[in-house]
Every structure is written in structure tokens, then in C-alpha cells.
Design a protein around this ligand. Structure first.
Ligand code: PEP
Length: 255
């Protein structure tokens, strides 16, 4: 059985007291509404990781970072290492988000290093991949996603790969209100699962959680999560509202 996961990427939003309020609203929401067997992950800005991991044992969510350095330690002003995250009981780290690729020029080569460091420190990367609108329009989306995954993840051993969560995030759907249709999401997720099967074997492919991200919200999560190969979501804007986030967490098909 694959894990069902809903991860909230807060990006660079919320001041300290807003973050505190959102974390306590999520904690209350979990105890009121429940979350079934969905694994909830909160990825706040790095400054609030400590606060989130302090609360998380009393609540029912795990904590993820939004980035980690490719370096181990030393004179890298402004950076946060995988070892530092691990020392704060962080469970996950988003890597390869399209905003980091675009604004911070992260390449798949750098991401391969970051992915390995996160795994070596006992955490799980949530590795993001996805095509630009012009790449989809040119029918290059499968090729783009294949290259991102091959370059950043295919040097891992099967054992290391078992820690990876993937998020398919078509760039044209992030923060735009344009969601991929369930058919588009399912088609790409099935393709990603077949790539994993070719490289790491069917067991790995069947047990890897593949999340969809890109304007997933309280209204459309149910039809996206009903897709056979969609195991949850990486949620941006809708993760900033406790109620919506919990509706999304409870949007998996009831069996
Ligand atoms: C994201 O940034 O990972 C994301 C999916 O954002 P949004 O849900 O706002 O499109």
C-alpha cells in the first residue's frame, strides 16, 4: 500500500504570529475533522521549522523544509544544511520546486547532490518535476519530466530511492488557478511510475508515492485523488487556509 500524502508548501508566506495561528488552526482541525490515514506534511519557511516540529508531536503532522544546501557546512552564508535539518527532527525536504529552478537557477545536477544529502541524513526528499506551458504545447512534457527524473534521481541505489516522494507539478498550473485535468495528471503519473519501474523495479514503482501539485484545492482535490496513480498532493496557496488544507487531506476516495 502506498502512503497517501498531502504536503503544504507555505513558500515565503506568513509572519511569525500568522504562522503560529495557522499551525494551531491545523492542529485543531486535525482533532476535529480527522485526516484518515493521510500523512500530512507541513513545509513552512525555514525560520518556523522549529516551531512546527515542536508542535508536531502533539498534533498529527510531519514537518518538511522547502530547500537544503548542496554543501555540508562552512562558509555558505544564508544556507541551511541537510545535517542541520536532521538535527531539528525534520522529516521531509522539498527539492527541485520550479520556483527554485527558475529564480535560484537550480539544475538537476545540483538537485542530485541535494537529494542524496537529504537521504543520507535520514530524511525524505519530495522531488518536484514538471514541464513549462511551452514544453507541453510542443508535446515535450514527457521528455522534460523524464530528463529531470533521470538526472536527479537515477544515480540513487534502490535502497536510497525507497525514501523518495515525487511531486508532478506542471509549471503552468502552479499558482495560476489552472489545474491539470485528472486525465493529464493520471497520464503523467502513470508515465513516471513506468520510468521508476524500468530503473528501480516494479516493487519500487508500486510503493513510491506520486503527488500532484498545481492549483490543487478543496474543490478539485477529490477528482485528482481519485486517479489511480495520484497518491496525494503538494499544495501551495490552499495550504495557507487550515480548513481547505484539511478538506484536501480528506479528499481521498473512501474504500
Ligand atoms: C506549489 O507551489 O508547490 C504549488 C502546488 O502551488 P499552488 O498549489 O499554489 O499552485
Amino acid at each position: 500500500m502506498r502512503k497517501k500524502i498531502v504536503a503544504g508548501n507555505w513558500k515565503m508566506n506568513m509572519n511569525f504570529s500568522e504562522a503560529e495561528q495557522l499551525l494551531s488552526a491545523i492542529t485543531e482541525g486535525i482533532s476535529e475533522k480527522g485526516k484518515g490515514d493521510t500523512e500530512l506534511i507541513i513545509c513552512p519557511p525555514a525560520l518556523y521549522l522549529n516551531m512546527a516540529s515542536d508542535i508536531s508531536p502533539d498534533s498529527d503532522f510531519l514537518v518538511g523544509a522547502q530547500n537544503a544546501s548542496e554543501f555540508d557546512n562552512g562558509a555558505y552564508t544564508g544556507e541551511i544544511s541537510a545535517a542541520m535539518l536532521a538535527s531539528m527532527s525534520i522529516d521531509y525536504c522539498i527539492l527541485g520546486h520550479s520556483e527554485r529552478r527558475k529564480y535560484f537557477h537550480e539544475t538537476d545536477e545540483t538537485l542530485a547532490i541535494k537529494v542524496k544529502k537529504i537521504i543520507d541524513h535520514g530524511m525524505s526528499p519530495i522531488f518536484c518535476c514538471g514541464e513549462l506551458l511551452e514544453e507541453r504545447e510542443a508535446n515535450k512534457h514527457f521528455e522534460v519530466v523524464r530528463t529531470q527524473i533521470e538526472k536527479a534521481l537515477f544515480s540513487l541505489s534502490v535502497d536510497d530511492f525507497s525514501n523518495v516522494v515525487l511531486a508532478y507539478e506542471p509549471v503552468w498550473a502552479i499558482g495560476t488557478g489552472k489545474t491539470a485535468s485528472p486525465e493529464q495528471a493520471q497520464e503523467m503519473h502513470a508515465f513516471i511510475r513506468s520510468l521508476i519501474a524500468e530503473k528501480f523495479g516494479t516493487d519500487a514503482a508500486e510503493s513510491t508515492s506520486l503527488l500532484y501539485g498545481g492549483s490543487c484545492n478543496a474543490k478539485n482535490a477529490e477528482e485528482l485523488f481519485a486517479c489511480k496513480d495520484v497518491d496525494g498532493g503538494l499544495i501551495g496557496g490552499a495550504a495557507l487556509k487550515a480548513n481547505d488544507f484539511l478538506i484536501i487531506a480528506n479528499s481521498f476516495p473512501k474504500i
